[in-house]
Design a protein around this ligand. Structure first.
Ligand SMILES: Cc1cc2nc3c(=O)[nH]c(=O)nc-3n(C[C@H](O)[C@H](O)[C@H](O)COP(=O)(O)O)c2cc1C
Length: 274
């Protein structure tokens, strides 16, 4: 009986949750979803497959949709998902279920987990954050117990039309009002440490001739802007002060950089980067 869990995480929430769940499921592996990214479809050999992802604009990230659509999960007979969010998960579980149904499968067990919001536009209050982190132990134990028993949560992941409309409104606001695709560094603050390059999950950030440059494959995970030790990154109108940057407690930059099997030890990365 094998369980493969795929995670994607810009600031650590989904990674922390994934680790906690993995640790309580016999023989489970936690693997980076970026290992499934690309044009080649991979066949996943597992009895059960899990997805642990953040919510973006009331849905799952487009990149995650591509991954679930393109790859071959036909071996698996049980699917579960845990989506992390700052407050409103919108249609995230419905989207995963719909993609799986097109493949003749379904989402057997799905759960929405509120954690810290990393969008910078919203900042989760410290007190709330602590309460949510405290609950994580029980939540992950409950998810793992259900998965171990291959239980379903007997719930339809209903489509919410209002969330679908709001998704477009939010995306337009991010692109047109906040201009988040206009990324730059504040030269006086940037130390050219290169951490933004390393934490990018899709190698979209590069150091070129003493400048930080973004390509056009950004997945909007906000890893670069949140992990920057100098708070030197700006996405259009979004220019966070240190206290607006978000990183999940218990996860360090090296954990985000590491793209290997989560079961292996992280050896040659700087665990102190934070
Ligand atoms: C571009 C963007 C859009 C987001 N949209 C939502 C949203 O619609 N609803 C919500 O509750 N949280 C939203 N968030 C917050 C994240 O879902 C949340 O912080 C998540 O747990 C981050 O996971 P990670 O640390 O694994 O990257 C958004 C974050 C980003 C960067």
């Amino acid at each position: 009986m094998s369980v493969k869990m795929f995670y994607f995480s810009g600031t650590g929430n989904s990674l922390l949750l994934g680790r906690r769940i993995r640790d309580q499921i016999n023989g489970a592996e936690l693997l980076p979803a970026v290992s499934l990214y690309g044009s080649m479809s991979k066949r996943i050999e597992a009895d059960a497959v899990g997805f642990i992802f953040p919510v973006y604009s009331l849905d799952i990230p487009d990149f995650v949709k591509d991954i679930i659509e393109k790859n071959d999960f036909s071996c698996a007979g049980y699917f579960f998902a845990a989506v992390t969010c700052g407050g409103d998960p919108g249609n995230a579980l419905n989207s995963i279920d719909r993609i799986l149904r097109k493949k003749g499968k379904k989402l057997n067990y799905g759960v929405e987990v509120k954690m810290g919001d990393n969008s910078i536009v919203y900042v989760t209050q410290q007190e709330m954050l602590e309460q949510r982190l405290k609950k994580l132990e029980d939540i992950s134990a409950e998810i793992a117990a259900k998965v171990n028993k291959r239980e379903t949560n007997g719930q339809e992941y209903g489509f919410k039309a209002i969330s679908a409309i709001m998704k477009h409104v939010i995306n337009i606001a991010l692109s047109v009002y906040f201009e988040i695709d206009r990324k730059s560094v504040i030269k006086e603050k940037c130390s050219l440490c290169g951490l933004c390059v390393k934490v990018c999950p899709v190698e979209n950030v590069k150091l070129v001739g003493g400048n930080v440059k973004w390509g056009n494959t950004c997945k909007r995970c906000y890893a670069c802007i949140n992990w920057c030790p100098q708070s030197a990154i700006r996405f259009g109108r979004i220019e966070p002060a240190k206290k607006q940057q978000y990183r999940c407690q218990g996860i360090c930059a090296a954990d985000i950089i590491y793209k290997g099997d989560e079961g292996q030890t992280i050896n040659n990365l700087d665990n102190d980067v934070r």
